[in-house]
Design a protein around this ligand. Sequence first.
Ligand code: 13P
Length: 252
Amino acid sequence: MRRKLVVANWKMHGSRSRNRQLLDAIKPALQSFDDRVDIAVCPAHLHLSEVISELAGSNIRPGAQNLFGLAEGAMTGEISASMLMDCGAEFVIVGHSERRGKLGEADVQVAEKFAAASESGLTPILCVGETGEERDAGKTEAVVSRQLDAVTNRVGINPMRGAVIAYEPVWAIGSGTPATPAQAQAMHAMLRGRLARRDGEIADAVRILYGGSMNAANAAELFAQPDIDGGLVGGASLKAEEFITICAIASS
Ligand code: 13P
């Protein structure tokens, strides 16, 4: 039985005081779900250290939104896996579609980032997902498979054991219209099946989150799907009540 995981991706939102307010609002409420669901928040890099201090004693785990795929070096403005570890981060999002689509991150870079994260002991959250045009053209499975294979071909299957995958259809992100539970379930099952071809036990254990316009009103039917193991939540994670409700549903 896979324990559900709900991850807040705050994206490029927040300030030191807004983060504090949000955490003060969610921390006590989420404490009561402690033994039934895993919860993480991913603030901007700049806020990570402070958020980690504020999370002390809570059941919310810290994550980052990105990293660079090298251990260290002359890479102005970038942040390495060891820096994130040193700071206390546990998770890191890798290959978010906003980085792939708007910042030109290629499969090969995403694979390097995944490798750097898992080698250092961070838990990578690998994002995959097709655009609306790709779905309309019948390429959904091919695109998502390519994105997954780029990573497993680079690192092998074993590092997937502790990793998390997030299926985030690009057309659903920030649109207010999530994938239907059936559409999401089909892709989650496809991803798990693809991993199972290499290792059934790992495929069974890996948590596959859904992301894209998840909110308090639609989380229950998404979480009810057999291969949906939680959510990667954007906009709704910035609203305390919405996020608490999503976590409550995941814990029930
Ligand atoms: P929204 O929940 O705002 O659609 O964002 C989803 C997402 O991109 C999480 O990584």
